[in-house]
Design a protein around this ligand. Structure first.
Ligand code: SF4
Length: 339
């Protein structure tokens, strides 16, 4: 059996600037066209107004404390599992692993709290949206550190720890992603065999994986966000991982057994099933559909040049609720002066 966890990550391709697809990117586009513009094409604002451009870059790098909890949980679990893969982790080592993440969080929090938000600093891009928008986030931050530690504790006390150790001891291959040092080449999904998609950048990075044989896999995705337990459908993210496996191994979906789970922290709620041919066909169609949607916002629909249409061609959402929590709300308002 296989234990694999993957994360689809949106990032700049090392070799070109052609259009990228990711679940995050499509979610943002559907959420608000203007937000998609700010998030993925802020450079296009440079020729319009330097101040707006730099502000958009600053806001693009804002992260909320809640987002930080998910990210740091991912780091902590990865650090722990990579150590566990090499040796038995004793109490002192475990504490060192926890301290590393906590110290990182504290340092970043202090930088964010005391930094100058009136200008964009390309060498120090990290900041918290709570600080940018003038909120007192001290209590929330203390809670965030506890949540990150709690997520690891819950995992270690769950059946998953025993399962993971079993995979470490018996599997043919075990892979644990290091989110601190991403392997961009290894993340790329090779879509060359699908003509309509062969030039689109898609990245899928395994978080944790075990291979026991050439045709049997288990994919597990760790989640800290909103739980979707009332469905048994496979998320696009998991389908992409399965597609990547199939394309990379050149195996027939009918001859491979890919089991999947999504495990939520800290609740440990989980859902899962088997990847079917229908799932694979569906994700290929979904990718094609999404790429066509994205192309509508590009000059000449050219995915190689990947130049966005003018900012006025990216409509704003009509939902005030969405805008109230949007990190781009400040620059979005100021951009109206140029419309
Ligand atoms: S503030 Fe509202 S309209 Fe503007 S980018 Fe954000 S969600 Fe879209």
């Amino acid at each position: 059996m296989y234990f694999l966890s993957f994360f689809v990550v949106e990032m700049r391709n090392n070799y070109n600037h052609t259009l990228t697809w990711s679940t995050t990117r499509i979610t943002v586009l559907e959420y608000c066209n203007k937000k998609y513009y700010f998030n993925y094409y802020p450079h296009a604002l440079r020729s319009l107004n330097e101040e707006i451009w730099l502000k958009a870059l600053l806001l693009k790098n804002l992260k909320s404390i809640d987002m930080r909890v998910g990210e740091k949980t991912h780091h902590l679990l990865s650090d722990y599992l990579r150590a566990l893969k090499k040796w038995l982790v004793d109490e002192a080592t475990l504490q060192t692993i926890k301290d590393r993440v906590l110290n990182e969080m504290k340092t970043e929090f202090e930088i964010s709290k005391t930094r100058d938000y009136t200008s964009y600093d390309r060498d120090r891009k990290f900041w918290l949206s709570e600080h940018y928008y003038g909120e007192n986030a001290d209590d929330k931050f203390q809670e965030a550190m506890q949540k990150v530690l709690h997520n690891l504790d819950v995992f270690m006390q769950s059946e998953w720890l025993e399962k993971v150790q079993h995979y470490f001891n018996t599997a043919k291959t075990v892979f644990v992603e290091n989110p601190r040092e991403k392997d961009f080449d290894g993340m790329k999904v090779n879509l060359y065999s699908i003509p309509a998609l062969k030039d689109v950048n898609v990245m899928a990075a395994p978080d944790f994986g075990v291979i026991f044989s050439d045709n049997k896999y288990l994919i597990i995705d760790r989640k800290t966000g909103q739980e979707k337990l009332d469905t048994d459908w496979v998320s696009d993210q998991l389908k992409i991982y399965a597609l990547k496996l199939i394309l990379k191994s050149r195996i027939d979906i009918d001859k491979v057994d890919i089991e999947w789970y999504e495990v939520y922290l800290p609740s440990l709620h989980q859902r899962g099933g088997k990847i079917t041919k229908t799932d694979i066909d569906a994700i290929i169609e979904q990718l094609k559909e999404d790429v066509e949607f994205q192309k509508q916002f590009l000059v000449d629909g050219d995915i190689f040049k990947n130049n966005p249409l003018p900012h006025g061609d990216f409509p704003r959402t009509k939902s005030e609720k969405k805008c109230a929590s949007c990190t781009f709300r400040k620059v979005c308002e100021e951009l109206k002066n140029f419309e």
